[in-house]
Design a binder for this molecule. Sequence first.
Ligand SMILES: [Zn+2]
Length: 123
Amino acid sequence: MVRMRINRSATRKRRSHHGLTEPRLSTCKDCGAKYLRHRACLECGKYRGRIVIDVEAKKAKKATKKIAQLEAIHQEKTNELEAKEEDKKSVNNKSKVSSNKIKAEKKTKTTTKKTGKDAKKDK
Ligand SMILES: [Zn+2]
């Protein structure tokens, strides 16, 4: 037991202050988009009318990143296909091994179940 237990009422009173407030948004004077207060506008990259972020450069960067990601995914897929083709060649050897493994797992499971039942009986 916990020695100094707090009752439900105290817990709930403490948590009454844990609620999240909505983010403070305001509209950008330059482009009319909503932006977080005390932060630069992500649409035009301006803070208090002054350009802080090079938005177009960022967008270009994002685009290049996306393309790179897509290319990576495509490469992975092609690699998988190649691997599958290789698997088909060596399926005969692998299938025997895997079936043996499954049999072994089943055996272990049944033994564990039996032991569990025995333990219950002992009680
Ligand atoms: Zn803006």
